[in-house]
Ligand binder design. Sequence first.
Ligand code: XIL
Length: 318
Amino acid sequence: QLNSLAVAAGLKYFGTAVREGSVSSDSAYMAIVNNKNELGQVVSENGQKWDATEPSRNTFTYTQGDIVPNVAKKNGQYLRCHTLTWHSQLPSWVSSGSWTRATLQPVIETHISNVMAHYLGQCYAWDVVNEAIADDGTWRDSVFYRTFSTDFLAISFNAAKKADPNTKLYYNDYNLEYNGAKTERALEVVNIIQKAGAPIDGVGFQAHLIVGSTPSRSSLATVLKRFTALNVEVAYTELDIRHSSLPASTSALATQGNDFANVVGSCLDVTGCVGVTVWGFTDKYSWVPSTFSGAGDALIYDSNLNKKAAWTSISSVL
Ligand code: XIL
């Protein structure tokens, strides 16, 4: 079973995102989620995001946010917590407000201190800032960047440290796996935070990848090592590898398996790569088809909850 194999191979966990709505509605799905030998770590797919936890100013609600942490508690699984400062799934009172530094800083600090206090002691790691970089390597346009330039990075990480000194504080982003302009900028994120004297413990590689275009195990390991060289740990935090066209042929499924094995293998190759999280484990529930039109089947169990070739490839590399 994947988590047991991952732990035996030296990782802290192999885990998954969990869709809140399925926790009470799909017992076959939950039988796999609840198997700690298969999935040693969970993360909320949506429930801890700003629009769910603070939909209007100073009104904090944790009904959705608590669902997956409670699963982790019951099963004794690691919990990753996701996410605090992010331009998306951000309520419009934040994204469309007219702010100055002086008015937006306490909004960020209040959000972070409340949410992290609610989960105090439960999170192995928090994705403090998510997706601050555009795909071409420039800074992403957001209310945070427009108001603070890059100072919202240190503001967020300092607030997080104050709220929970014992969780790992991560910067998390996608398309860092290709060692291009976006990767360079992510290295700069780490530098900026460290130079500001603010704490950062890890960088999360989302790894929303494409079958047949996933980098090799050795180039992935090379990218991870550029980050661990800066004294931060790394993890794959949202791994999925989508087929660009469906249905996938038998050979495309085998390629997908190889690609998954390369990603997991690269984590094994890097001291300081702590674990791998898939963004859902079954094709029954995945954000991919609704986001990437025509693409899908990006996970390791099919939509009938049967193991795919990708599952077997991962188990062989571990
Ligand atoms: C996605 C969820 O999976 C979807 O259910 C939701 O509609 C949109 O967000 N990067 C992230 C995740 O950091 O939070 C996103 O999750 C996927 C991309």
